[in-house]
Write a new protein. Structure first.
Ligand SMILES: NC(=O)c1ccc[n+]([C@@H]2O[C@H](COP(=O)([O-])OP(=O)(O)OC[C@H]3O[C@@H](n4cnc5c(N)ncnc54)[C@H](OP(=O)(O)O)[C@@H]3O)[C@@H](O)[C@H]2O)c1
Length: 258
């Protein structure tokens, strides 16, 4: 199988670190032109852009806020001209114990859902509008929406990360809705649901001695790396799997099979 993304313009959120960074690398290696979004990690984003050279545009924006989320879309579109594929990968996980002061707990909930669900929803909506308009005008685009959820959406999470699990459950329901509603108007929508992946997000848990627990849950002998997740995104972005629209793909080394 040969994957050539030379005609694809792709916006990837949260690509300064972790899974998103590897997604950008692999999409770029397949020929795509990418808009690499980052929030606070400007230096990291610039380092990747330098490493990749051409066909990379940097797009900044804090996805905790509605106006900035809209601006991320506008900046990405201005840089790329047309967006064939969007990968909503940016995410946050905030430790918030159930006995935390309720107002603080609610603020953690709000920040989590703003980034993981609302920003993902805003960018998905703008992408759908862009794709449907191009389809109606007879100039169809790639029309592939790929949202990164989590195993937590299905298995649930620990008591300290209830908002995280809830936000990812929302991402799954939203993505499925879009796949069902807009397929005949050019949109394909996919969800990726990873288990633990070795990034900064997983580091705190691992540092607290969780690495052995995580490994013991897996059916495979090694922990999951960003390089184990990114190839599936390249495949979905290529259009070779369009009839899987609406699906959720688990990448959790059989730690949760449902
Ligand atoms: N790692 C795991 O075990 C795991 C498991 C299941 C699902 N996931 C999901 O996979 C995705 C990537 O996770 P990761 O492990 O690669 O995380 P990570 O290493 O912590 O990186 C998170 C990325 O999201 C961006 N981001 C976070 N908050 C942001 C905000 N308010 N505004 C703009 N950008 C923001 C960060 O950008 P800056 O640093 O530039 O601000 C960074 O590029 C997330 O959706 C996560 O929920 C991860």
């Amino acid at each position: 199988m040969h994957i050539d993304l030379a005609d694809s313009n792709i916006l990837v959120t949260g690509a300064s670190r972790g899974i998103g960074k590897e997604i950008v690398r692999q999409l770029h290696a397949s020929g795509a032109t990418v808009a690499l979004h980052y929030g606070r990690s400007k230096a990291e984003a610039e380092t990747i852009a330098t490493e990749l050279g051409s066909r990379v545009h940097l797009v900044q924006g804090d996805l905790e806020h509605v106006d900035e989320s809209i601006a991320v879309w506008e900046r990405g579109l201005a840089a790329l001209g047309r967006i064939d594929v969007i990968i909503n990968n940016a995410g946050t996980s905030i430790h918030s114990a159930i006995d935390t002061d309720t107002r603080v707990w609610a603020r953690d909930w709000q920040r989590t859902t703003n980034v993981n669900l609302l920003a993902c929803g805003i960018l998905s909506k703008l992408f759908v509008e862009h794709t449907v308009a191009a389809h109606a005008a007879g100039t169809p685009t790639g029309g592939r929406l790929i949202n990164i959820a989590s195993r937590a959406a299905f298995r649930g999470d620990t008591e300290d990360y209830i908002a995280y699990a809830a936000s990812k459950g929302g991402v799954v329901a939203m993505t499925r809705s879009i796949a069902r509603a807009f397929g005949k108007r050019g949109v394909k929508a996919f969800t990726i649901a990873p288990g633990w992946v070795m990034t900064d997000m997983a580091k705190q848990f691992m540092d607290e001695g969780g690495a052995e627990t995580v490994l013991s849950e897996l059916a495979l002998p090694t922990l999951t790396e960003p390089t184990d997740v990114a190839p599936m995104i390249v495949l979905l972005a290529s259009g070779l799997a369009d009839h899987a629209t609406g699906c959720t793909i688990d990448i959790n080394a059989a730690s949760y099979v449902h």
